[in-house]
Structure formats: structure tokens, C-alpha cells
Ligand binder design. Structure first.
Ligand code: BGC
Length: 756
């Protein structure tokens, strides 16, 4: 009993620290609520898209005039996609000067990976496993966006994803809840800083709550059907970590989770988030997700959808325009309570006070600051630094890389080699088109070699003008291949830049076939016929299927969509001025048939003899494909090599209240300084609910000079061994554990202990 009390006390204390209330702010919020009419309260719960840009289905004609009118009447609490000091000042001025109470707007924006200066897509940044750098990247993005009038980002996306067909894998941290949680914390702290009212900090948003990354068959917006075990052990941990790190907002998701649209899910939003986790910020719906409950077949009509959403814990309505239309009559009819409306409004006003918007609604609106900060040296250098750290070396046969700096004839080939758009990736709404440094430009900085460029396969315009310049990779025009082959024939080395164009991954961009799109595979094979010295540089927003390339191409570099500084970062890695140290945050499958694929699978009853075929077909496998991925989670090479000692455990029994220290000595055995991500995995052998075959539970990024070694220690305690068990309780269960420490999720180096 005493122990239980202590546990509850600590949980409570922990939550208090995470989501502390400021009494001064609370009394201001209460005083303001007391003055507000019901219309004004509902207005605070209403979020409109700006009139300049959209990230979802376009609003109906005529909406804009009505929206302006509502803004002036105090019926709008927030706007999104309004950006730049001039635009923000225009709408803020209406809210502050024309409405009765002058409540400022909170201005939201999808600051997913940088503002005007674009940093690597989140999946790429996650491949750095470098938490300080990820935090710094979010900090710089916040600084640039805050100078342009924005005070709230719809990031980080913390959805765990196991299916590379889903286009939004580019927006998250990959497949692992432990890595995902650490990255969620880093991003929240980066965006929000120590004090939200400081000029360069903005409110963050953990999204999409919850389960969106488990969209069935990887098809965006599709249904999600997962049990409580997966929900609590895999999906929720990064959200909990974000809440504990003090994230000020949550966004719910488009999907239904086990039959309930998340937008109306009381269990998620009211019981778990607001009650168990003590979250005191606010929840915004996803774009139109309140209205979409009608299409889900969950709400009868718009009014019913509004009722279900508020009851379910959605505090702000993004672009459904339903709260403003129906909440008042729902209240009059007794279908919702004024206390529910007050609670939502209190949460929204609280965050506005914390941002300092009441003190100075124009604190984000300073033209001089906007000019000084946008594209500043500090921010551009930060984007370059993050880009280099995000690159993963997948293969380097016979040390083809790094390239020699002199007297080489290099052919640079591929549709993405000179492309100044694709490296910007998806979700780069504020960036100028054509503003990335292409690899061709990056390579030109190295003047000692002769460089020839051939596109090989053309990019074709898909959407000629408009919001985004979209292209496609040619599927039927072979005409450029011959020139590329000729260029390769006469070169010492060929660098081929292939992958996905910038908008081929992202929201609404699911793919059923995740190989190299268009004629790129034909181009690769044609070039290989005449020159086998190929370095394949990949640009993509998701794991791709690369079996042929892995078998034939000597060097493969995963460079994702790296943002504004892409070409410089890749060139520096190719030439060895930066030694790559990235590790994959998602498994790369061998074929789509393996999906979803992830390293932390549960044990089956038929794992196969010695993990392989024992001659019988009656084990969990495919008749025509291996079980293993092509490249496992956590995998990545370096231009140097590392050796690991055996694992030392401080004890092989863990008694109550004790920790075990697991250590290894890691040595740089090559001849270049390099960084290694030392990874700790644990296996819980038997428990009240089936456990994964192994789970990441720690990692450390260590830099070592040639010949240098370092002892790396991990503390293993009960908290690390806890999981959501068959009784629905987070606890560690007694039994046998194996510790693995090594260079990726396949590591065989192990030791064991018993938990008493
Ligand atoms: C996306 C969100 C995004 C919102 C606003 C939606 O379509 O799912 O992630 O924040 O649009 O742009």
C-alpha cells in the first residue's frame, strides 16, 4: 500500500512538474472568461485558415468574406497559414482593435522542418540520433518562424510508423517508441525553449493523437485497428513524453481508432491525456476532422459532429466551421455543458497568456527582426550542420567513398542531381521554390575533379502553377538515357542521384510500390552496364526497396530530403570532409509484401529453428521472401570502423530498488575520426503479455579518434523494464532479461540478468 502510494505520489509530482499552472495566469484567464459572452467563448474555439494558402481541401467560395466578418466580431480564436509579419499584423489588428475584448489570435503554422530556411525532413533528422542537434534545429526553425509572425507550430509529429507505404513517415521519427520519445522531447524543448514568452519561442503541438501512423495498409486516412497493448506500448509513449516535456498543444487525427474517430475519442483525449497525464494545454482538431466524422459514419450531421467532438475533448475546431455554427444551440438544448466550453476556452486562453500575446499582441510582428532573422547565417549554418548529420551510409564496398579530390573524371547522373526543389521535401510551405542547393552545385565547390552532368531521366511538370510546383519522374521517355550512359562510359566514377521527388512522400502520398519511381531503375541498370564504379545517392522521404542496387552498386548513401543546404551537405560527405554517422530510424523492407516491417516484433509461437528454416514450412515465414529487412533499424556505416568489447553487467540479478549498469568498450579501429551510435536493446523473455523480441532502451552518440576507445555505460532500472501489461498497468515483471549492445538492432552481443 505504502509503495503504491509512493508511486502515485511520484507520478503526480512528475505531472505537476510537467504541466505546472501559473497562478497569476490562471487568475487572468478566469477574469477574462467571466467577461465573455457565450459567442465570444465559442469564437475562441474556432480556427480559420488564412486567405493566402491552404494545406487541406480549399474552403468554399464566399467563405473568405464571412471569415473576415467573423474575425471582426470576435468569433475567431486562431488562424493558420497566415504568415509573414505583414499578413499576421493585418489579421491580428482586426482581432485586437475591432473586437469587444481585443483577445489576440494565436497564429498556427505547419513548421515541420524549417520555415524559409528548410532543414532536413523529420525522418532524416531522426536518422542523426543526435538529440542536441535535433533540439537545435527546432530552436532555429522557431526563431525564424517567430520572426515572421508565427507563434504556434503543428509539430512535432510523433506518430510511430511501421509501414513505408504511408507517405507521412517522412514527418515522424520512424518506427521506435523509445527513439521517438527522445526525439519528441528534443523537438518540444527546441520549439518552446525555457520560456514561451521569449521572442524566439513558439508553442509546439504533439500530433496526431492517436494511432494515425498505423493506417491500415499504409493508405493515408485509413482506419486503424490496434489493441490496447500496441496502443500503450508503441503508440502513446512519444505523446506522453511530449506531454511531460510540457508541450502546450495536441492535435488529434483523421483516423478512427478501433471504431471511434480520434476527434471524438473520450478515452484518448479526456481520460488519458487530460486526466491521467494532467495535460493542461489545448487540443486542436485536425483539418476538418470534426466534419469528417459524418463521412466516417459516426455523426448524423454537422451539429451532431460538433457535440461528439466537444464531448470527446476537442477544444479547437480547425476549419470545420462547426463549433461556431452549432455549439450555442447545442448548449441551449442541453447537449453540451457550459463547463465543457469554459474548460476548452480556459485552455486556449492559458496558452495565449503564456505566449505573452496579451502583453503585446504584436510581439511576433517586427519587420526589422523578420528581415534580420530570415535566412540568417546562424540559421543557414544550422540547416547545413543538421543535413550532414542526417545522412546514412548504407554500403561502401572496397571503400569507394570518400571520393578522391583530384584528377578524377566524375559523371553526375540522375533526375534529382540538379533539382533545386526535391531536396526541400514535403511540408515546406514557406520556402521559395528552387531554393535548395542541388548536389550539382554542391559538387562544383570541389574543383580538383572534372564533373559532367546528365539528367538521364527527365522530371516532368505535373501541376504547372499554384501552391506547390509539383513534378513527376518520367515513366516513358527513354531519350535521355543514352547520353547518361555515354557520360558514365568516359568517367572514373559515377554518382547517381535517384529517389523520390520532393512531394512524392508526405500527406496524401501513399504509394503501393515503393521502389525507384519512373525510369530510374532502367537508368541505373543501363549505366551499370558500362561503369560499375557507382555511388548511389538516394533522395527520398521513406524507406525504398533497393534489392537490385544493394546487390550490384558498390556504394549507397541515404540522403533523404535534406533541405536548403542539401547539395553542400552531400558533397561534403561524398568527399570525406564529413564522416557520416546516421543510423536508420526505420527498417528498409525487401518487398512491399513484408510491410508492416519493424524490428521490435513480438515473438511468435513458431519463430523457426535457430531463427531460420528447419526444413519444415510450419514456421512464421514467407515462401518467397526472407523475414529480415534489407537494412535493419539502427543500421548505418561510417568511413571508419568500430569494435565492441563483450558486455559487462554490474550484477546478474536485479533486486528491488537496485539498478544494473551494462557497459561496453567501443574502439575506433579505423583511420578516421568518426561517430558511432551505441545502442542498447532489452529482451523480456516471458511476461503476462507477449513482449517484443527486443526493444531499444538506450543509445549514446560517441565520437572517437582513430585508435581511441571509450567505456559506454547504460543504467538499467525497473522503469526501463516497465511496460503496459495484461492488467493494464505499467510495471516491470519478474523474470529473465537479455541485454544486447551494439551497432544496430541486429546485434548479437549479449548478456543476461534476472529481475527479482
Ligand atoms: C494535417 C495536419 C496539419 C493540418 C494543418 C492536416 O491536413 O494532417 O498535420 O497540421 O493539415 O495544415
Amino acid at each position: 500500500m505504502k509503495k503504491l502510494f509512493l508511486f502515485v505520489f511520484f507520478v503526480h509530482l512528475n505531472n505537476l512538474f510537467a504541466q505546472q499552472l501559473d497562478p497569476a495566469i490562471e487568475s487572468k484567464v478566469n477574469a477574462l472568461i467571466d467577461q465573455m459572452t457565450i459567442e465570444e467563448k465559442i469564437g475562441q474555439m474556432n480556427q480559420y485558415n488564412g486567405f493566402w494558402n491552404v494545406t487541406g481541401p480549399t474552403p468554399k467560395e464566399g467563405d473568405a468574406a464571412e471569415k473576415f466578418q467573423n474575425l471582426a466580431s470576435g468569433l475567431v480564436g486562431s488562424m493558420l497559414n497566415v504568415r509573414g509579419v505583414e499578413e499576421v499584423r493585418e489579421v491580428q489588428k482586426i482581432a485586437v482593435e475591432q473586437t469587444r475584448l481585443g483577445i489576440p489570435l494565436i497564429i498556427g503554422f505547419d513548421l515541420i522542418h524549417g520555415y524559409k530556411t528548410v532543414s532536413p525532413i523529420p525522418l532524416a533528422e531522426s536518422a542523426s540520433w543526435d538529440l542536441e542537434s535535433i533540439k537545435r534545429s527546432a530552436e532555429l526553425a522557431a526563431k525564424e518562424a517567430a520572426a515572421a509572425g508565427i507563434n504556434w507550430t503543428f509539430a512535432p509529429m510523433v506518430d510511430i510508423t511501421r509501414d513505408a507505404r504511408w507517405g507521412r513517415v517522412m514527418e515522424g521519427a520512424g518506427e521506435d517508441p523509445f527513439l521517438g520519445s527522445q526525439i519528441a522531447i528534443a523537438r518540444v524543448k527546441g520549439f518552446q525553449g525555457e520560456d514561451l514568452s521569449l521572442p524566439g519561442t513558439i508553442a509546439a503541438c504533439a500530433k496526431h493523437f492517436a494511432g494515425y501512423g498505423f493506417a491500415e495498409a499504409g493508405r493515408d486516412y485509413n482506419t486503424v485497428d490496434i489493441g490496447l497493448n500496441t496502443l500503450h506500448n508503441m503508440v502513446l509513449p512519444p505523446f506522453k513524453a511530449a506531454a511531460d516535456a510540457g508541450v502546450r498543444t495536441f492535435m488529434n487525427s483523421f483516423n478512427d481508432l478501433n471504431g471511434i474517430p480520434s476527434t471524438a475519442d473520450r478515452y484518448l483525449q479526456r481520460d488519458i491525456l487530460k486526466k491521467d497525464w494532467n495535460f493542461n494545454g489545448f487540443v486542436v482538431s485536425d483539418w476538418g476532422s470534426i466534419r469528417e466524422m459524418i463521412d466516417h459514419g459516426y455523426a448524423k450531421d454537422r451539429k451532431h459532429a460538433g457535440e461528439l467532438a466537444l464531448k470527446g475533448g476537442s477544444d479547437m475546431d480547425m476549419e470545420s466551421l462547426i463549433y461556431i455554427e452549432h455549439l450555442k444551440s447545442l448548449l441551449e438544448e442541453g447537449k453540451v455543458k457550459v463547463s465543457e466550453i469554459n474548460d476548452a476556452v480556459r485552455r486556449i486562453l492559458r496558452v495565449k497568456f503564456e505566449l505573452g500575446l496579451f502583453e503585446d499582441p504584436y510581439r511576433y510582428c517586427n519587420e526589422t527582426r523578420e528581415q534580420l532573422v530570415t535566412g540568417s547565417k546562424e540559421i543557414v549554418e544550422g540547416a547545413l550542420d543538421m543535413a550532414k548529420k542526417s545522412i546514412v551510409l548504407l554500403k561502401n564496398h572496397d571503400k569507394l567513398l570518400p571520393l578522391k579530390k583530384k584528377d578524377q573524371k566524375i559523371a553526375l547522373i540522375g533526375p534529382l542531381a540538379a533539382d533545386k526543389n526535391s531536396p526541400l521535401g514535403n511540408w515546406r510551405i514557406a520556402a521559395e521554390n528552387e531554393s535548395a542547393i542541388s548536389l550539382l552545385e554542391g559538387m562544383k565547390n570541389y574543383k580538383g575533379n572534372e564533373l559532367i552532368y546528365e539528367q538521364g531521366v527527365r522530371l516532368i511538370n505535373k501541376i504547372p502553377a499554384g501552391f506547390h510546383e509539383e513534378v513527376d519522374i518520367n515513366e516513358d521517355d527513354y531519350s535521355g538515357i543514352e547520353a547518361a550512359v555515354r557520360a558514365a562510359e568516359n568517367s572514373d566514377i559515377v554518382i547517381m542521384v535517384l529517389g523520390e521527388y520532393g512531394f512524392q512522400s508526405g500527406e496524401g502520398r501513399s504509394r503501393a510500390h515503393i521502389d525507384l519511381p519512373g525510369l530510374q531503375q532502367d537508368l541505373l541498370e543501363a549505366v551499370y552496364e558500362v561503369n560499375k564504379n557507382i555511388v548511389l545517392v538516394l533522395m527520398n522521404g521513406r524507406p525504398l526497396i533497393l534489392n537490385w542496387a544493394d546487390e550490384h552498386i558498390p556504394a549507397i548513401l541515404e540522403s533523404w530530403h535534406l533541405g536548403s543546404q542539401s547539395g553542400h551537405a552531400i558533397a561534403q560527405v561524398l568527399y570525406g570532409d564529413y564522416n557520416p554517422s546516421g543510423k536508420l530510424p526505420m527498417s528498409f523492407p525487401r518487398s512491399e509484401g513484408q510491410l508492416p516491417i519493424y524490428y521490435n516484433q513480438k515473438s511468435t509461437g513458431r519463430p523457426g529453428a535457430n531463427g531460420g528454416d528447419n526444413g519444415s514450412v510450419f514456421w512464421s515465414h514467407y515462401g518467397d521472401e526472407k523475414n529480415s529487412p534489407l537494412y535493419p533499424f539502427g543500421f548505418g556505416l561510417s568511413y571508419t570502423t568500430f569494435s565492441y568489447s563483450d558486455i559487462q553487467l554490474s550484477n546478474d540479478i536485479m533486486n528491488d530498488g537496485e539498478d544494473i549498469i551494462a557497459s561496453v568498450i567501443v574502439k575506433n579501429t579505423g583511420n578516421k575520426t568518426g561517430k558511432e551510435v551505441v545502442q542498447l536493446y532489452l529482451k523480456d523473455h516471458y511476461a503476462s503479455a507477449v513482449r517484443p523480441t527486443r526493444e531499444l532502451k538506450g543509445f549514446e552518440l560517441v565520437e572517437l579518434k582513430p585508435g581511441e576507445s571509450k567505456k559506454i555505460e547504460f543504467k538499467i532500472n525497473r522503469q526501463l523494464l516497465s511496460f503496459y501489461n495484461a492488467l493494464g498497468v505499467w510495471e516491470a515483471e519478474k523474470g529473465d532479461f537479455t541485454v544486447f549492445i551494439g551497432t544496430d538492432s541486429n546485434t548479437k552481443r549479449k548478456a543476461s540478468f534476472v529481475l527479482n
